[in-house]
Design a binder for this molecule. Structure first.
Ligand code: BEZ
Length: 237
């Protein structure tokens, strides 16, 4: 048997219940994911306070927070720094940093202190091959029932793409609301994928244009889904 070179890392998988924890944050104590029931939540980690890539990411998330809120999604950050470090860093960002034209940005979403690394370890955010004492850039999408639906991981040097994070959130919600799948690079208004036909006859019906679908082959069927229909379901009025 091949010898394992790194220790096994426990982490939740897609479809698992989000592991529960209680923590102290910059916005008070939280009971996760219990207090987020009924909302989507993005739980994300960053390596360290007072670092440049993380600073650019926090400004970006803070600027987009309202957009996420309108899609019924709350943001929760984490690093293995302490509460006073978090508070000092967020104050410094607000007072001193400008990124892509955004300045005086106040981070209003909670940032978890995790000096013990308990939460980071619970979510597999410490990846020893990358760094033994800092969390990588993990992003967990957790649905209103507390189920992990998507996981993204980036190394320390690579700032995340926030358009993609928002796009993935809307695509997950569209899949739930309309029972469809979303093809490569999908955005609201693009055609959506209808699952492959279960039988030859329904495939033939589909290829004959039944049910408003267009099939190029039995395994490749799509239909229109207007942007307004998606947004009406996903965005809060
Ligand atoms: C940063 O956020 O800039 C960063 C953090 C840890 C390692 C490298 C970069």
């Amino acid at each position: 048997m091949e010898q394992q070179t790194t220790a096994q890392i426990a982490m939740p998988r897609i479809g698992d219940k989000a592991p529960a924890f209680k923590a102290v944050t910059t916005q008070g104590d939280i009971d996760f994911p219990k207090q987020y029931e009924g909302s989507w939540v993005i739980l994300f980690s960053h390596p360290a306070d007072f670092t440049p890539v993380c600073t650019s990411e926090f400004i970006t998330f803070a600027v987009m927070e309202k957009q996420f809120e309108e899609a019924n999604c709350k943001l929760v950050g984490l690093s293995v720094d302490g509460l006073y470090s978090h508070i000092a860093w967020l104050r410094s960002i607000e007072e001193k940093i400008e990124y892509r034209g955004h300045k005086n940005v106040e981070v209003k979403f909670p940032l978890i202190e995790d000096i013990s690394m308990n939460v980071a370890k619970l979510y597999g955010m410490i990846q020893p091959g990358e760094h033994t004492t800092q969390a990588v850039r993990a992003v967990f999408f957790i649905d209103p029932k507390g189920i992990v639906r998507t996981i993204l991981y980036y190394p320390l040097s690579l700032g995340r793409n926030f358009d993609e994070i928002y796009r993935a959130l809307i695509a997950l919600q569209a899949a739930d609301e309309f029972g469809i799948a979303t093809p490569a690079d999908w955005r609201p208004g693009d055609d959506v994928i209808v699952s492959p036909a279960a039988s030859c006859s329904s495939a033939k019906n589909r290829m004959d244009g039944e049910e408003d679908m267009e099939c190029q082959e039995w395994y490749f069927c799509s239909r229109k889904l207007p942007k307004e229909e998606v947004l009406a379901k996903v965005l809060k009025k």
